[in-house]
Design a protein around this ligand. Structure first.
Ligand code: HEM
Length: 501
């Protein structure tokens, strides 16, 4: 039969076309099956998925270990939910920076939707998020975020914090709450145009409730709720969460109302004023369906308060613990501070002349790794990363632990080593893999502000106090193992702040 075919020229060309089509088809299907190759990962159990392979005390460490087996892009099932995990600086950067649009959504779980119905900045997506983030960035920048005005606010707050420590007269302390109040006050000053007294019961409740709410979001039963939402009303944590939210909204609405009643469009006192002024301008121009509505204001403020309090305060608590644990490092910081600023008020401009102090703060952020997963993201469209196909809407975890402890990036990732941020001459150097604020289009909005706050608080405290373990406790006894709450926190333990002057 083949002979018959090859004897006719028409048949030969038809056969050629057929072979070419077949080859094209084979090539295309092998290419697209490669394109649709899903990331590897451990085999999931029915219903439970890979839950038993994740240590709930340090889930980030478990996932980091799994990445060593399955590679930098792998998938796991948390119950029935598929999650793609990205590990290592190179991969996380590739996704968040090079494919920023595709990996740029936040994963909106049921609890997050209950929380904000899509409003605000930190846990929202789409045009509303884009507009709110742009507005917040420009407003806070105009307001001096990372500049002089923020500096003055922070320096003022340093004074109050130092006074609190002085009152201890070298006695042991666990000043967790005071540090929370100080850090929260800086964000409050930017947002509400005022600071609160540390003894103010309403302020204390707001800070405590914020902490509790963030912890509830991370709790196991809320994760269960996210998988099976109809369970909500039966779960105590869900009911507590919803109550906290209502109380928090009521407190913040009251603060917004006070500002509304005293608003002078010519004098912008804070973020809320700037928002209200913009809203009024739009309404005066008959634009009524803009994103500048009460709910976006309320949740943007809740985001500032939530994101700005816990993160900086936790980092500061770690920094004091590290100083007590590593006295030779504390000595070098204090030697540098005495030599460069003496007893003068520390200013942000001093940072460039304090490379060792600056390196210690950066190393604190790297080593403490307070937000090991960042915030869960979701893909905005079907996407291919390092040859693996990830479907639109898939939850993606950018494992910051694996970036801040990446063995290809850091000389000694598992020890506290300020030299990671110093060159041979002792000058401060930036490191690409320093990513505690994440990267790309969802990167932390408060980064420059937080850096200024950490520097001024840390340097001022070390200028005034020497941090040591309490009597009878050695440096070796101080425990650096973190506890997982809403962030990775130091274990509650006592320290002494001994006045240096
Ligand atoms: C040490 C301090 C801080 C750390 C380590 C930190 C870290 C982060 C991280 C990891 C994210 C998530 C980024 C992502 O989804 O990829 C984030 C987002 C955010 N942070 Fe911070 N943050 C800090 C301080 C602050 C402060 C002081 C503020 C407010 C003034 C703030 C406001 C925000 C907001 C509004 C977002 C959401 C940005 C968006 O979704 O586009 N943060 N931060």
């Amino acid at each position: 039969m083949l002979e018959d075919i090859f004897q006719s020229p028409t048949s030969v060309s038809l056969f050629g076309v057929f072979v070419a089509l077949l080859l094209l088809h084979l090539l295309h299907s092998s290419f697209s099956s490669q394109e649709r190759r899903e990331p590897p990962g451990p085999r999931p159990l029915p219903v439970f998925g890979n839950l038993f392979q994740v240590d709930l005390k340090r889930p980030d460490q478990s996932l980091f270990n799994l990445s060593k087996k399955y590679g930098p892009v792998f998938q796991i099932y948390l119950g029935l939910k598929k999650v793609v995990v990205l590990a290592g600086y190179r991969t996380v950067k590739q996704a968040l920076v090079n494919q920023a649009e595709e990996f740029g959504n936040i994963d909106i779980s049921p609890i997050i939707y209950d929380f904000n119905q899509g409003h605000g900045i930190a846990l929202a997506n789409g045009d509303s998020w884009k507009e709110m983030k742009r507005f917040a960035l420009t407003t806070l920048r105009d307001f001096g975020m990372g500049k002089k005005m923020s500096e003055d606010l922070i320096i003022e707050e340093c004074g109050y914090l130092i006074k609190e420590f002085e009152q201890l007269e070298g006695e042991t302390f666990d000043r967790s709450q005071t540090i929370d109040y100080a850090s929260s006050n800086v964000v409050s000053a930017l947002t509400f145009g005022k600071r609160f007294d540390y003894e103010d019961p309403i302020f204390q409740t707001m800070v405590e409730r914020n902490h509790e709410t963030l912890c509830l979001i991370g709790s196991a039963s809320i994760q269960l709720y996210n998988l099976i939402p109809w369970l909500g009303p039966f779960l105590k944590n869900w009911r507590d969460f919803m109550k906290n939210m209502e109380d928090m909204k009521a407190d913040i609405r009251k603060l917004i109302t006070d500002l509304k009643e005293t608003l002078d469009p010519e004098v912008c006192r804070c973020f809320i004023d700037a928002f209200l002024i913009r809203k009024k301008h739009l309404e005066d121009s008959d634009i009524i369906d803009s994103h500048y509505h009460d709910e976006n204001l309320l949740f943007s403020v809740i985001n500032f308060f939530g994101a700005g309090t816990e993160t900086t305060a936790t980092t500061l608590k770690w920094s004091l613990l590290y100083m007590a644990k590593f006295p030779h490092i504390q000595d070098r910081v204090q030697e540098e501070l005495s030599r460069v600023v003496g007893s003068c008020q520390i200013q942000i401009d001093d940072r460039k002349n304090l490379p060792y102090t600056n390196a210690v703060i950066h190393e604190t952020q790297r080593f403490a790794n307070i937000g090991p997963f960042s915030v869960p993201h979701a893909t905005t469209k079907d996407v291919t990363l390092q040859g693996y196909f990830i479907k639109k809407g898939t939850t993606v975890l950018t494992l910051l632990t694996s970036v801040l402890y990446d063995e290809n990036e850091w000389e000694s990732p598992h020890s506290f080593n300020p030299s990671h941020f110093l060159d041979d001459e002792g000058k401060f150097i930036r490191r690409d893999a320093f990513m505690p604020f994440s990267a790309g289009r969802r990167a932390c909005l408060g980064e420059s502000h937080a850096k200024m706050e950490l520097f001024l608080f840390f340097a001022s405290l070390l200028q005034n106090f020497h941090f040591i373990p309490p009597p009878g406790v050695s440096e070796d006894d101080l425990d650096l193992k973190p506890v997982l709450g809403c962030t990775l926190n130091p274990k509650p333990q006592q320290l002494c702040a001994v006045l240096r002057r």
